[in-house]
Design a protein around this ligand. Structure first.
Ligand code: FPP
Length: 251
């Protein structure tokens, strides 16, 4: 594809996170069952993983299943729990070829055995990869993650391994599920598809300074060009992290 956007390849966001929304509406528009939307969404994951890796993204975090998604119908939950099995069954050889390492974060002990086994196997099979990390958030929730981190930090204080006054942002970073992604714990760019403009309990601590990009596109329709456009928007932003503009103006 010609790079008509003129992306600056020296300023690709290191960590891109995506809330993959709109599978259900994509299916509904086509008079298909919701499962068909999730299956199409899985194929988009394959495409976007390769594109992100080729662009030089270091971490791609995808919200695959939230701690709230258990409220969906049994049949939909069951389909969503089968998806990682099918995804890794068919895609791990490509991931190895692409030098992509799989990481999965979330409350994994609550997953069905087959899902748990599939993610463990995928992480083991790609453990030697040194390129992009494909980080799935699976049975993940931002508030639950913060509660778990608070409990872990409190336990360290209680057992005198840590003093109260030593707790700082680094302590919290280290207690969150993104700790293993260091130094790319926090997304530089967060994309949500399908026109919704909500965070939906995703990476609440980690997005403090992320640039947010919302697109109308349903996830199954999200393409290489859409990812590049989101990155272009990112490159047009002026990131100040609470500081001042990088120009010399005095006001
Ligand atoms: C949101 O669309 C999507 C999900 C809850 C599931 C995301 C899963 C995938 C994209 C499949 C890929 C997963 C793996 C593990 C490879 P929605 O169902 O909420 O859509 P709607 O808002 O239009 O109903």
């Amino acid at each position: 594809m010609p790079d008509e956007l003129n992306l600056d390849f020296g300023r690709i966001p290191n960590h891109v996170a995506i809330i993959m929304d709109g599978n259900g509406r994509w299916a509904q528009q086509r008079h298909l069952p919701r499962a068909a939307g999730h299956k199409a969404g899985m194929n988009t994951v394959k495409t976007i993983t390769k594109v992100a890796s080729h662009l030089g993204v270091k971490v791609l975090t995808l919200y695959a299943f939230s701690t709230e998604n258990w409220k969906r119908s049994d049949s939909e939950v069951s389909y969503l729990m089968q998806l990682p099995v099918d995804f890794f069954d068919t895609f791990v050889p490509d991931l190895v070829k692409e030098n992509v390492r799989v990481n999965v974060m979330g409350y994994l002990d609550q997953l069905p055995d087959k899902t748990r086994r599939a993610v463990d196997q995928a992480m083991a099979d790609t453990a030697e990869s040194t390129g992009m990390v494909l980080n799935f958030a699976l049975n993940y929730g931002g508030q639950a993650e913060i509660v778990s981190a608070v409990q872990a930090i409190a336990a360290q204080v209680k057992s005198n391994q840590l003093s109260l006054t030593d707790i700082d942002t680094t302590t919290v970073d280290a207690a969150l599920m993104t700790a293993s992604l260091a130094p790319y714990n926090n997304p530089d760019l967060l994309i949500r598809t399908s026109g919704e403009e909500r965070i939906s309990n995703f990476l609440l601590w980690q997005i403090a300074y992320s640039e947010l990009d919302f697109t109308e596109r349903f996830w199954p329709d999200f393409t290489e060009a859409d990812l590049k456009l989101a990155i272009k928007h990112f490159q047009q932003r002026d990131r100040r992290f609470g500081g001042r503009k990088s120009t010399n103006d005095d006001d």
